[in-house]
Ligand binder design. Structure first.
Ligand code: PLP
Length: 368
């Protein structure tokens, strides 16, 4: 089997974890602080605040914006459930803008259609590792006095020009086991807003500014040094990891070019894709359906997967709720029926890439 993700740690991680174990300082400590410093550097912001997972980082960010019931957050319907769950947990109302078929992300134009008097936050999701058109979205937010929360859970270090995902106002990241960088479970909020960063640090630690000095109602959202020990060595290697993922994506796109009914993903001009997923589309003119394609790939031992088969709001749990407003998003609806992600991770061999390409070509009746 060629798996879609491989979670692998090296001797540096083992050494650092052992160091933390022997120190006895297994809760939040100096390694978390070091992780924050280095992640702020990667993202090009003044502050990075570590929390216990990516969903928490979205929730905490929204909680610090003091949203009132009925305040609306505009996001993508083509995302993981956490994006929507966080909006609802923060007590706000979710509204959905359509996506572009080119990068699978919301655009300034589709967001603009949803802005109204109740809109408070724009929450793009940088899906599969490619940043959305943040310059245009940022201008739109400024024009309407809105905050931006970038769900960058899949886009650590993705860039638009010289600017990274998570640097446009508030950025939220996940370090879940299968993300490009991992602490097992973990999250991070990035911002240049001094006051927001201060509030986030207090919020994550039971609302305490200093010991038993409660400045607000808080939570326990802390990450631990044991978790930070896993990711610090990955940060040293991260540029190389992204380069390998990019090279694998290029090889896949070269090999899969010109197959009727298969559309390969593109890195748009000016953007730095970090290839969290390599996602093709199986369109109506293919000789098999998307689901048949996935099944046949899996039967042939290739870990192809569908992210995401349905739009976020399209489950019973979200139906008939006043805080989930569903407008038509026809592009997202079509794309959800077409996508298939193929292995692109940095542990793939050249032979495995050839096998992925050859198998896809055979299934789609275009063997060479
Ligand atoms: C992974 C992910 C999250 C949530 O992160 P967790 O660390 O699993 O809580 C949020 N949004 C998107 C788009 C994700 O892929």
């Amino acid at each position: 089997m060629i798996p879609i993700t491989v979670v692998e740690f090296g001797p540096e991680e083992e050494r650092l974890v052992l160091e933390v174990l022997r120190s006895g300082r297994v809760a939040q400590g100096p390694l978390v602080a070091e992780f924050e410093r280095r992640f702020a550097e990667l993202t090009g912001v003044r502050h990075a605040v570590a929390v216990n997972n990516g969903t928490t980082s979205l929730i905490a960010s929204l909680q610090c914006l003091d949203l009132q019931p009925g305040d609306e957050v505009i996001t993508s319907p083509f995302t993981f459930a956490a994006t929507l769950n966080a909006i609802l947990e923060a007590g706000a109302t979710a509204r959905f803008a359509d996506i572009s078929p080119d990068d699978f992300n919301v655009t300034a134009a589709t967001i603009a259609e949803r802005i109204n008097d109740r809109t408070k936050v724009i929450m793009p999701v940088h899906l599969f590792g490619q940043i959305a058109e943040m310059e245009a979205i940022s201008s739109l937010a400024a024009e309407h006095g809105l905050r931006i929360l970038e769900d960058s859970a899949q886009a650590h270090g993705s860039t638009l020009g010289s600017r990274a995902a998570g640097s446009y106002d508030i950025g939220s990241f996940s370090f879940y086991a299968t993300k490009n960088l991992t602490t097992g479970e973990g999250g991070m909020i990035t911002t240049d807003d001094d006051e927001l960063a201060d509030r986030l640090r207090i919020l994550r630690n039971q609302g305490m500014r200093a010991r038993y000095d409660y400045a607000m109602i808080g939570q326990n959202y802390r990450l631990t040094d044991l978790q930070a020990a896993l990711v610090l060595p990955q940060l040293d290697r991260y540029a190389g990891i992204v380069e390998t993922r990019g090279a694998n994506a290029s090889r896949l796109s070269e090999g899969l070019a010109g197959i009727p009914g298969l559309v390969t993903p593109v890195e748009l001009p000016g953007r730095g894709h970090v290839w969290h997923q390599y996602t093709v589309r199986i369109t109506a003119d293919a000789n098999v359906t998307r689901d048949e394609f996935v099944e046949k790939m899996n039967e042939a031992g290739i870990g192809a997967g569908v992210y995401y088969p349905r739009l976020a709001f399209d489950y019973d749990a979200y139906r008939d709720r006043d805080d989930v407003i569903v407008d038509p998003t026809p592009v997202a609806e079509r794309i959800a029926g077409e996508v298939v992600s193929l292995p692109v991770h940095n542990h793939l061999t050249a032979d495995q890439i050839d096998e992925i390409i050859g198998t896809a070509r055979t299934i789609l009746g275009d063997a060479r």
